[in-house]
Design a protein around this ligand. Structure first.
Ligand code: TEU
Length: 569
């Protein structure tokens, strides 16, 4: 791997024990970069990224100009859902390294001025976790079984699942176990894969375990947690059947509607986060809880970030908004209002490890497909890569001008597209397998990222191994070919992040600029005017120095699918 630590960017070492005045916390305006550890950088050479690989590459993120990293799970896990199936919450999986590798990563990050957020998975654990194994062994009615959601089946011999819930990944949400005497026995609930049994959050024992897990990582100096499936955890009393799907809608699609689903957004879930808020408050420093709650509308998602709960919630309404100016203006207004009403900053996100990369989404002729369903060789609507990248750059330039906190997903700063041409046999997402290949799932956004155009595995791994094959086209997206090229996506992100910091846009406010027409998002944030032209006609450049342009101007005008930043004063 090349040594990129020669960066000259100035930074301050993070002291994770120092608290800011209320309202001044770092996370209110931070840009947080999501690292998907298995696909970021592989130091061991086994083709799976690891913590030591991340530590080596951190200077590149300092150079990019982000404030923090969030690491997807690196805990002990059989990796049946890429680590979101945890078998030991307080240890590092050997494929990623050791706890001392984590300590080294944390020290390096803090030394570079980067905060470190880890991923907490409280809705379920791995079926390999000793807690679940003990529950299986202990049998029906035992306190061990009460840690999870075991129920008797319906039907004469309990041969039918306890209710009609379907797994988010496809298929039934219940699996029947074989009891110690060899007979078919109880069923356990798994909202995701059968290897991910749901905890019973009505049991105080579960609460205590998670308090201890939080403390373990807080003591280890993490700056916060991204909380997986933060709208799950509590299930409606009696586990009622889910309403029949509407015409043309699958049962699984119907289950994504939080208001109608007996396991999403139950009111009692907020008590859990009040408890965690108190745990974090015992610690010095601005530690943060960020909710992964797929809850709409935004006014409802804002309940997760009331002043005694979490601090941030992902803005999935923003992520799901098509490339249409009126809808973007509306979602920006709605986001700021919803989060402001509870005293929280808005967040912004366009990509993560669960959705089709936004450079590809914006290149689809119909923006209809649910982002999570994935695209692959048999998908009819294939993205136009040139259009997608152009719009993707414009969209990112708009997002990074907004006040609040923004989340980036590794590789988006390179303009990486979704990888579509992955053979069925290399796909690992349980969604693909549980739907018999009907839903491609999320592998296409998880392909290891390119660092060096001429190196084995494009610099991802010195051995040339890569757990998902990288397409040859990644050569032109490699970081080293983009670095220093002002036209590159990497330099666009770098410039945007540097200007965002310089003009303090993260703590600013949106003021809409009139007179630009329906197809243009025109706003002012502090001393920066932002024009995103989504219409076909070019737009005149306002007065002032041009700070940033997502694509070259044409005849001095802002062309279609282009965002510019102008100095207002
Ligand atoms: O995702 C939770 C979740 O609800 C997503 O699966 C989402 O419903 C889907 O992608 C639709 O857009 C989290 C993690 O981010 C994901 O990677 C895990 O697979 C899942 O939880 C289970 O832990």
């Amino acid at each position: 791997m090349s040594n990129e630590s020669t960066t000259s960017v100035l930074h301050t070492t993070i002291d994770h024990r120092r608290s800011s005045a209320p309202g001044q916390e770092w996370w209110r305006s931070a840009v947080i970069y999501q690292i998907y550890p298995r696909s970021f950088a592989d130091a061991s050479g086994d083709g799976i990224g690891d913590l030591a690989g991340i530590t080596e590459r951190l200077p590149a993120l300092r150079e990019l100009g982000v404030d923090a990293v969030w690491l997807s799970p690196f805990f002990r896990s059989p990796q049946r859902d890429a680590g979101y199936d945890v078998s030991d919450y307080c240890d590092v999986d050997p494929i990623f390294g050791t706890l001392s590798d984590f300590d080294a990563l944390r020290d390096r990050a803090h030394g570079l001025g980067l905060r470190v957020i880890v991923d907490l998975v409280p809705n379920h654990c791995s079926s390999d976790h000793p807690w679940f194994q003990e529950a299986l062994a202990a049998g029906p009615g035992s306190p061990e079984r009460d840690r999870f959601m075991f129920r008797e089946g319906r039907g004469e011999h309990g041969e039918l699942p306890p209710n009609n819930w379907q797994s988010i990944f496809g298929g039934n949400a219940w699996t029947r176990v074989v009891e110690a005497d060899g007979t078919p026995g109880q069923w356990y609930l798994h909202i995701f894969d059968s290897s991910q049994p749901d905890f019973n959050w009505k049991n105080p024992w579960v609460w205590e375990q998670f308090r201890q897990i939080l403390r373990f990582w807080l003591d280890r100096g993490v700056d916060g947690f991204r909380v997986d499936v933060a709208h799950g955890l509590m299930k409606k009393e009696g586990l009622p059947d889910i309403a029949e799907p509407e015409v043309g809608e699958s049962l699984a699609e119907g289950m994504m509607k939080p208001d109608e689903v007996p396991y999403w957004a139950q009111p009692e879930v907020h008590d859990v986060y009040r408890d965690w808020h108190r745990v974090l408050a015992e610690y010095e420093g601005d530690r943060v809880l960020c909710a992964e709650a797929w809850v709409e509308p935004l006014a409802k998602a804002a309940l997760w970030v009331r002043s005694d709960e979490m601090h941030q919630a992902f803005n999935f309404s923003y992520l799901g908004t098509p490339w249409e100016a009126p809808r973007l203006r509306a979602v920006i207004d709605e986001s700021i209002a919803a989060f402001e009403s509870v005293g929280a900053p808005s967040t912004w996100v366009l990509s993560n490890h669960d959705v089709v990369r936004h450079t590809s989404r914006y290149g689809l002729s119909t923006y209809g497909a649910a982002p999570a369903s994935g695209i692959g060789p048999r998908t009819e609507d294939k993205p136009d890569d040139v259009l997608g990248l152009r719009r993707g750059r414009a969209a990112s330039s708009l997002m990074l001008a907004l006040p609040g906190s923004a989340y980036l997903y590794q590789g988006e700063e390179l303009g990486l597209p979704e990888v579509i041409e992955l053979d069925d046999h290399v796909r690992e997402d349980p969604t693909f397998h549980r739907t018999n290949g009907e839903v491609y799932g999320r592998d296409g956004c998880r392909v290891p990222i390119p660092w060096e155009t001429a190196a084995p595995a494009f610099g991802f791994s010195g051995s040339g191994e890569s757990w998902l094959p990288q397409p040859a086209t990644f050569a032109r997206f490699a970081r080293d070919v983009q670095r220093g090229d002002p036209a590159s996506t990497l330099e666009l992100y770098r410039a945007a992040l540097s200007l965002r910091a310089q003009h303090e846009l993260g703590s600013g406010a949106v003021e809409w600029l009139p007179g630009y027409g329906d197809d243009v998002v025109a706003l002012r944030n502090r001393s920066v005017i932002v024009i995103a032209n989504l219409g076909a006609e070019p737009v005149a450049l306002p007065e002032g120095a041009l700070l940033l342009a997502s694509n070259p101007l044409e005849g001095g005008m802002v062309p279609t699918d282009t965002t510019v930043w102008i100095a207002a004063d």
